[in-house]
Design a protein around this ligand. Structure first.
Ligand code: HAM
Length: 423
């Protein structure tokens, strides 16, 4: 009979062999976030659909094409969260965090959902490590976020990451720039790709996202927002660039970087990796979003942050680095099924001492069990046969040296501990 169901397309199992990479990513995230004063928050996996329509933007790819939206039995319009920033702004106000000392620094680790066409590094369910700093507009918080993210890639041991930086202005300078951009494109509308013509109408900044060959020449000749920033935006951008230089974080200015979410103002950035091809080359990204709280109906509140893609990072880490799953200290084996309860009891005594002990419950032969112990990478095997049972003893075998001793039950813990600490 065929299995009744298969893993849904676009999802992945994160298997035991993958876990060491995920542990390293989680550990580096928690350690760094705490060192910078960020506290953990987790919001629900689904929210009101309206939160993302208003927050991320109704003309974005995420909202128009990629959301898992559903009506529940009570008729509520809900969406599996495609990103974490809008939910965290909501949670910040829900919990009254705007009344706490500002900025409020938060970090999160969890699953997100987008129904993009699955391909290498692109899934329907994926995980992000993200941070958000809310309630303060200082460009140094953008710098802090960029450095924290940069340090995370170093901490997990991934090389080859590059940082792209841009400023996309704010509601003071962007409207005039948008007009300028439309003026540049207007005489050539008929030459543009269909997607770009739609962008021209709904969200002209996204014209820079076009990968269509026919759009490239016009894109290259287009006016750049960095040349049209208002005074405060230009000043903030200078602070970001100078501080990154002073801190020795290398970056490239990319005037075409506009990001795919509508809430950004001023600083935007992306971490990229050469070996992630084409459109999927972003390992993570973020920026400032000073208009988001207001767009969601809350008091205007500045914010900045990033989200880093964990599947993409894990995929690259696996290609460059070998991390093994945790191995047991002790593999405990009864030669005769009658001795299994005794072995089970000895294993418990060892675990109380903090050791990792695996009990083999199978009816296999001793040599087969010892091969399993070696395969699991155990340093020590604990063996009990009829003779040991009668004498109240156990055999402690050093799997590496292939030596063994018979010891009384009360000597099992010290003998195992000694074998583990040797070499
Ligand atoms: P984003 O650029 O949409 O930003 O996503 C951040 C990262 O999540 C991407 O660079 C990528 O590594 C990963 N990612 C996104 N979609 C997928 C997918 N379908 N499969 C696998 N990985 C994916 C945000 O989400 C913003 N909330 C970031 C932010 C936080 N901005 C300010 N604060």
């Amino acid at each position: 009979m065929a299995p009744v169901a298969q893993r849904p397309r676009g999802t992945q199992d994160i298997l035991p062999v993958d876990q060491p990479y995920w542990d390293a990513m989680d550990h580096a995230a928690q350690d760094l976030a705490q060192r910078f004063g960020y506290l953990r928050i987790e919001t629900p996996a689904f929210e009101s659909t309206e939160l993302f329509v208003r927050g991320v933007g109704d003309a974005t790819d995420i909202v128009t094409k990629e959301m898992f939206t559903f009506a529940d039995r009570g008729g509520r319009a809900l969406t599996l969260r495609p990103e974490g920033t809008a939910p965290i702004v909501r949670a910040y106000f829900d919990a009254g965090m705007q009344l706490e000392p500002q900025p409020v620094r938060l970090y999160y680790l969890g699953p997100y959902f987008r129904s993009e066409r699955p391909q290498r590094g692109r899934f329907h369910e994926f995980h992000q490590f993200g941070i958000e700093a809310l309630g303060d507009g200082s460009p140094l918080l953008d710098v802090e976020a960029i450095i924290l993210g940069w340090n995370w890639f170093t901490a997990v041991g991934l090389g080859g990451v590059s940082l792209q930086l841009n400023s996309i202005g704010d509601e003071v300078c962007r409207p005039a720039y948008r007009d300028l951009l439309r003026e540049h494109y207007r005489p050539h509308l008929s030459e543009l790709s269909v997607d770009s013509r739609a962008r021209f109408e709904r969200n002209p900044l996204r014209l820079f996202d076009s990968k269509e060959p026919q759009d490239q020449a016009l894109k290259r000749a287009a006016p750049r927002i960095v040349d049209h920033l208002c005074g405060p935006c230009a000043e903030a951008f200078t602070t970001v660039k100078e501080s990154l230089e002073a801190e020795g974080v290398p970056f490239s200015l990319n005037p075409e970087l506009v990001r795919g979410l509508d809430y950004y103002t001023r600083t935007v950035f992306e971490y990229q990796h050469v070996s992630l091809g084409g459109a999927q080359n972003a390992l993570g990204g973020g920026g400032r979003y000073d208009g988001l709280a207001d767009a969601l109906g809350y008091k205007a509140t500045p914010g900045t942050g990033f989200a880093l893609g964990m599947e993409r990072t894990a995929m690259l880490l696996r290609e460059t680095k070998e991390l093994a799953p945790v191995t047991p200290d002790v593999y405990a084996v009864a030669v005769d099924p009658k001795d299994e309860r005794y072995v089970f009891h000895l294993a418990g005594t060892l675990r109380e001492r903090g050791l990792r002990v695996v009990v083999d419950p199978s009816a296999a032969r001793l040599d087969a069990k010892l091969r399993k112990a070696a395969k699991r990478g155990a340093r020590v095997a604990l063996l009990v046969g009829p003779e040991e049972r009668e004498k109240g003893e156990a055999v402690v075998r050093d799997m590496r040296l292939k030596t063994q001793v018979s010891v009384a039950e009360r000597e099992v813990v010290p003998t195992v501990t000694q074998a583990l600490s040797a070499g």
